[in-house]
Unconditional design. Structure first.
Length: 122
């Protein structure tokens, strides 16, 4: 037979996807596995990390909001019962003053922005 005949598979010109080769299913499976692994590493994993960050951020924000409300209600109740003897307006005024002072402190610690650019000063 001729060296270039159809059934001849010499080492120099073998096709890795030749269906006559008994190893082609294993090679195809390895290729698919590598492709899926690369896709997972480059696309899916970063998206999962971003989604986790968003979800955990929302959960932490909601919990902090609920805790802040519960603490301020408890503080008003404690002040109303023990400090001001039933004068709710005094408890409300004190808690309001504390919250305004905390807001003023946070406002004073902000960094000024450059005019017109929205960027912070360096």
């Amino acid at each position: 037979m001729d060296g270039g005949a159809r059934g001849d598979t010499s080492a120099g010109d073998s096709n890795p996807w030749d269906k006559a080769d008994p190893e082609w299913p294993a090679r195809a499976a390895d290729f698919v596995e590598e492709l899926v692994g690369a896709l997972h590493t480059r696309v899916v994993r970063p998206l999962v990390l971003v989604a986790r960050g968003i979800v955990f951020g929302l959960i932490i924000t909601a919990m902090a909001l609920v805790a802040g409300i519960l603490i301020s209600v408890a503080l008003i109740r404690i002040l109303d019962v023990y400090a001001f003897g039933g004068r709710v307006w005094a408890s409300d005024a004190l808690v309001g003053a504390l919250l305004c002072a905390a807001g003023g402190l946070a406002w004073s610690r902000r960094s000024p922005r450059r005019p017109g650019t929205g960027e912070k000063w360096a």
